[in-house]
Design a binder for this molecule. Structure first.
Ligand code: 0O2
Length: 210
């Protein structure tokens, strides 16, 4: 069942969520095209795998309550820009920036926000490049511009983040201090591995980025 505040607007809500699904499909197609074209040209394919997700109505409600956003579709549209999210896992740190560039250079993609947790990791060690981009979705009678959160990270960053996410949920609200320190150290190990792999990759293939 839908969370209480949404019960009487369930039809509007399903239409509201549909355009995020379409926005996600547009970005997903763009990423598949890049991966397939690069592979076809015999170039290094920087994309390991991609996972799209739509926020559920209950996690939209929880976030709205957390940030003090009224539960109206207009407010949710303006204030919650990660309803559609896609995670792109790349092989190397340089690939993270190459893919972000290839995507944001496209004329129908508008970059609304960048949070670079690779250059400036979170205190817990979390690394990823987060973009909010907007893409046009062509409906039968109008065009809507849909925000999509794009998270780009390496396989090592992804490995760390998925374990940290599980630990975070298990110990909610507070992860014990010793475990927090060990997680931060593991994030440093992952970053060291990323630097080493990047160096090896460049030794084998030369400095060409893709
Ligand atoms: P889910 O299930 O992935 O949607 P906010 O969205 O309000 O929490 P902000 O500033 O809008 O914060 O977003 P930010 O900092 O760009 O990060 C949002 C998303 O990044 C999170 O989504 C996580 O997916 C991921 N993320 C951010 N920080 C961490 C972290 O420390 N550890 C891990 N494992 N993931 C992180 P949600 O909404 O929390 O979850």
């Amino acid at each position: 069942p839908l969370p209480e505040p949404f019960r009487d607007i369930s039809e509007e809500l399903s239409h509201f969520l549909l355009v995020y699904k379409f926005g996600l499909a547009e970005i997903g197609t763009k990423i598949s095209i890049l991966a397939e074209e690069l592979t076809h040209r015999g170039r290094h394919n920087p994309i390991e795998h991609v996972s799209p997700r739509l926020k559920t109505t209950s996690s939209i409600t929880t976030k709205a309550q957390r940030i003090g956003c009224p539960l109206t579709l207009d407010d949710l549209r303006k204030r919650i820009r990660d309803i559609a999210g896609i995670r792109i896992v790349c092989s190397f740190v340089s690939d993270v920036y190459t893919v972000a560039d290839m995507l944001t250079r496209q004329p129908d993609v508008t970059l609304l926000q960048t949070k670079d947790y690779v250059a400036k990791p979170k205190p817990n060690g979390y690394r990823s490049l987060h973009l909010i981009v907007e893409v046009p979705v062509f409906l039968s009678e109008r065009v809507v511009h849909v925000p999509v959160e794009v998270q780009l990270r390496t396989a090592a960053m992804d490995f760390w983040a998925s374990l940290e996410h599980k630990i975070h949920y298990k110990y909610d609200p507070a992860v014990p201090g010793a475990l927090r320190e060990e997680l931060a150290a593991a994030a440093e190990d992952a970053a060291r591995l990323d630097r080493r792999m990047e160096r090896l990759h460049r030794e084998i293939h030369g400095p060409r980025r893709v």
